[in-house]
Design a protein around this ligand. Sequence first.
Ligand SMILES: *[C@@H]1O[C@H](CO)[C@@H](O)[C@H](O)[C@H]1NC(C)=O
Ligand SMILES: *[C@@H]1O[C@H](CO)[C@@H](O)[C@H](O)[C@H]1NC(C)=O
Length: 203
Amino acid sequence: MAAKPIIAAHLINLLTYCVCSSKSYSTEPVPTPTPWPHQFHSILFMNYSGSLQIIDLWYDWPNGRNFNIIQNQLGNLLYDLEWNNGTSFLYTLDSSKECKTSQLEVGILRPNWLDGANYLGQKYVDGFLCNVWEKVDFIWYYEDVVNKRPVHWVFYTGRAAHVMTFEVGAVLEDAKWQAPIYCFEKKEEEKNNKLQSLIVSDS
Ligand SMILES: *[C@@H]1O[C@H](CO)[C@@H](O)[C@H](O)[C@H]1NC(C)=O
Ligand SMILES: *[C@@H]1O[C@H](CO)[C@@H](O)[C@H](O)[C@H]1NC(C)=O
């Protein structure tokens, strides 16, 4: 009796093997990731070693901007706004009025940022059959085999995204892309400090 499940398992392995090997002989091209739509809105469920977040992602390539609005579980709401000129603003809109500005060498992700990824085959993730790719040991990307929507991705750090919604063509209104005034005041302060130190060192 106990042998039966084992034989069944072998059969399944054999079948899987046959399916796989027949595939490798077929002339079907290796699947490539679908480029990102030029504008979309997506709600992402994030899990980074048990730290959970909901991210509202607004990708807007024609306008050169990308927005991650990050709700930490029972924590703060963070706005991570990136421009294609490399400037990004990370801020809160509550009374803490925090803002951190940074300047990166690169802009936002291009719609074809997954070009050149290595195809790893198919796998079920979150209950969806996906094509899987890996890019430069940085990201593992899972896309629905049937409708080509992203389902899941994992960064090398283990930070994982589960795509909950994917609204192609959705655009966030312009006014929402305005970083708050204190993001710019700080800069002025820094400038003033620099000016002051210049004045002081001159005297
Ligand atoms: C989050 O990921 C950890 C593994 O890092 C896992 O143990 C846990 O179940 C996940 N939590 C949720 C809510 O998915
Ligand atoms: C990049 O663009 C944003 C939005 O227009 C602007 O606030 C920022 O100052 C620009 N950065 C640079 C370095 O020009």
